[in-house]
Design a protein around this ligand. Structure first.
Ligand SMILES: NC(=O)C1=CN([C@@H]2O[C@H](COP(=O)(O)OP(=O)(O)OC[C@H]3O[C@@H](n4cnc5c(N)ncnc54)[C@H](O)[C@@H]3O)[C@@H](O)[C@H]2O)C=CC1
Ligand SMILES: O=C([O-])CC(=O)C(=O)O
Length: 312
């Protein structure tokens, strides 16, 4: 099995490190327009292998020749936001980058599965889908795993229980319009709504929605440990064909009353990519939140479609 990670920056290098430490693929190709950074981080990771005890071979560079025949590709190339920016402000610059890298990836690995991380996430996944011409099962975005992890981390901080016993699902676009689902959140099988009062749970949900921005405010750039681990968890599900049910940005064709866009939904993930979109039975409020989130993603897709097409 071979993984390509495009973008050897903060998130890309973390994805490569996490997957290498799982020791589940034979090769990782780390690509960046900055060749020295890609080569240097690949070499640094190889030098960490004897300590961690993994046998994955990591190669870095700027030439897509090293990506040939990849089974899975994670796209993290693109600019991160700075304080005061929204993810959507990255639309123009990152859509050019994601289009260009997708074309180059697909040329070398026509059968690969694409996991997009670059922001604005749902629309960059759409761009990769359109550019690749791949079946929708093989194109997805990573955001729900991260957003759910943040929600679970905040619940752990609140309740002092192991993260392993916190089960949660979250729907919608990767932005402030995401739709956490307290009704589907359990702590060791107990509904979270029995353990935390509504006002406090609302605060935790609000913090989750703004979790990316909280980190941007602290560091001046966006997060990478949890995002990198989130993408690695998706790679693991595909590589091991484990049929994990994880939230991911997937192409919807009527599920949740939405179609022709990528948005966060629970998917069954394994060999070949998305095997199924799981449809939860939403109540009226959850369904209307999901519609609002879909409307926001649709607006950003339209903004993308209306961009002047000036790239080479
Ligand atoms: N989906 C999600 O939940 C998350 C998404 N992100 C997004 O991931 C992206 C990457 O974030 P970071 O790694 O923190 O940024 P970074 O700046 O550390 O790394 C980005 C890398 O992409 C490279 N790059 C730029 N253009 C390229 C091209 N045409 N071909 C190959 N490489 C290229 C840059 O040289 C840089 O090394 C950003 O768009 C960010 O908003 C970040 C965190 C979470
Ligand atoms: O907030 C950002 O710009 C990066 C991101 O998507 C996240 O950390 O959730």
């Amino acid at each position: 099995m071979k993984l390509t990670v495009v973008g050897a920056g903060n998130v890309g290098a973390t994805v490569a490190e996490c997957v290498a430490r799982m020791d589940i693929v034979q090769n990782i190709a780390l690509i960046d327009i900055n060749e020295g950074v890609a080569q240097g981080k690949a070499l640094d990771l190889m030098e960490a292998a004897p300590i961690h005890g993994f046998d994955t071979v990591i190669e870095g560079g700027a030439d897509y020749g090293i990506t040939e025949g990849s089974d899975v590709t994670v796209i993290t190339a693109g600019l991160p936001r700075k304080p005061g920016m929204s993810r959507d402000d990255l639309l123009k610059v990152n859509s050019d980058i994601v289009s260009s890298v997708t074309r180059q990836v697909v040329e070398k690995s026509p059968d690969t599965i694409l996991i997009v991380v670059s922001n604005p996430l749902d629309v960059m996944t759409y761009v990769a889908y359109m550019e690749s011409g791949f079946p929708s099962q093989r194109v997805m975005g990573m955001a729900g795993v991260l957003d759910t992890a943040r929600y679970r981390a905040f619940l752990k901080m609140e309740l002092g229980v192991s993260v392993r016993d916190i089960n949660a699902m979250l729907l919608g676009g990767h932005g402030d319009s995401m739709t956490p689902l307290p009704r589907f959140t359990t702590i060791g099988s107990q509904p979270v709504t029995d353990l935390i009062d509504e006002a406090r749970l609302d605060e935790i949900i609000e913090r989750t929605k703004k979790g990316g921005g909280e980190i941007v405010g602290l560091m001046g750039t966006s997060a990478w440990y949890a995002p990198g681990a989130g993408a690695a968890e998706m790679v693991e599900a595909v590589v091991k064909d484990s049929n994990r049910v994880l939230p991911a940005a997937a192409w919807v064709t009527g599920q949740y009353g939405l179609e022709d866009l990528f948005i966060g939904v629970p998917v069954k993930l394994g060999k070949g990519g998305i095997k199924e979109i799981v449809e939860l039975d939403l109540n009226e409020k959850e369904a209307s939140d999901m519609q609002a989130s879909g409307a926001h993603v649709r607006e950003v897709i339209e903004a993308y479609q209306n961009l002047p097409k000036d790239e080479a």
